[in-house]
Design a protein around this ligand. Structure first.
Ligand code: 5RP
Length: 293
């Protein structure tokens, strides 16, 4: 085992201005050597023209129940479909509330076991098996991981089992970096967490934005999608989205900042402008303001 203490003293160079050297001919980072089916599903997530994605996250109910803004999945989700690329949800929500002809990518929440009623959220299981992911035509399987928490080992075992099944059947794995209340939202933590998930075989990773984000992206050999996190004022959420994309994220996975916005449809459309049309945060907020007058 390397001397972990010694590692921290080295001056590291992430070559943030050097493009990924093993990109090959496929538009998704780290996927050039994967099979056709994996690439097809990754193309349903990351637009081949821009390489980016707008994921709408509505999987909160798997441990939070009917959160504000998601009281009626059957009403909220269809209204947002024109502005999103990927549906990030549970199998229960998809089957009951999402039109199967939506034509959108599916990031299927497959791990679960937490609930808001219990303090430790860090112990989950793989609840959705590969057969049901195939039935749902999932384009990736989302597994929550808890680096640094009590549930670390079991969550990384969940991820590895999902990667094993995903590689057997051609379905990518989305490694989700959870941040417990005692965890630090620093580049040191997110560099560790994102790299562990990528090394364990996750094909895309969802994490949070923080300082030195471009170094996190450079050190991670698969694409990173940024979670929106707690509800912010719309202008701040757009700045978060813009800084994430400028820092090398290949998309946003927003939930609360869309479904808890006063105008969710226009918010999703504005985020799309940043992700796929190169809008700045200021331009996107002007678009939002103009369309919600
Ligand atoms: C909830 C999740 C969500 O998918 C993720 O956090 C994005 O949602 P939000 O933008 O509301 O944070 O993993 O468990």
């Amino acid at each position: 085992m390397p001397d972990l203490q010694g590692q921290e003293k080295d001056q590291k160079n992430y070559h943030v201005n050097t493009p990924f050297a093993n990109q090959g001919t496929f538009h998704v980072k780290g996927a050039d050597s994967l099979d056709w089916g994996m690439k097809t599903r990754l193309s349903n997530i990351f637009d081949p023209k821009t390489g980016n994605t707008v994921m709408f996250a509505f999987d909160h109910g798997y441990f939070m129940g009917s959160v504000t803004g998601l009281e009626r999945l059957d009403i909220v989700i269809p209204s947002l479909l024109p502005h999103i690329d990927v549906l990030m949800g549970t199998r229960g929500a998809l089957r009951t509330c999402v039109p199967p002809n939506s034509g959108k990518g599916v990031a299927l929440r497959t791990s679960s076991g937490s609930s808001m009623l219990y303090d430790d959220l860090s112990h989950e299981v793989v609840a959705v098996d590969i057969e049901d992911a195939i039935r749902l035509n999932a384009d990736c399987m989302a597994v929550q991981t808890f680096i640094g928490a009590d549930g670390q080992l079991s969550s990384l075992d969940n991820l590895s089992r999902t990667v094993n099944d995903g590689m057997s059947y051609g379905i990518p794995t989305l490694g989700v970096v959870a941040v417990g209340k005692d965890m630090e939202r620093t580049d040191r933590f997110f560099k560790l967490a994102t790299r562990i998930l990528a090394e364990l075989g996750a094909n895309l990773i969802k994490t949070y934005y923080c300082d030195k984000f471009e170094e996190i992206v450079a050190a991670c050999p698969v694409p990173i999608v940024v979670a929106g996190g707690k509800k912010l004022p719309e202008a701040e959420a757009m700045t978060l989205a813009y800084h994430s994309m400028q820092g090398g994220a290949r998309g946003l996975d927003m939930g609360r900042n869309i479904f808890q916005s006063e105008h969710p449809v226009q918010m999703a459309a504005a985020i799309r402008k940043i992700v796929h049309e190169g809008f700045t945060d200021k331009e996107a907020f002007q678009f939002y303001t103009d369309t919600t007058r």
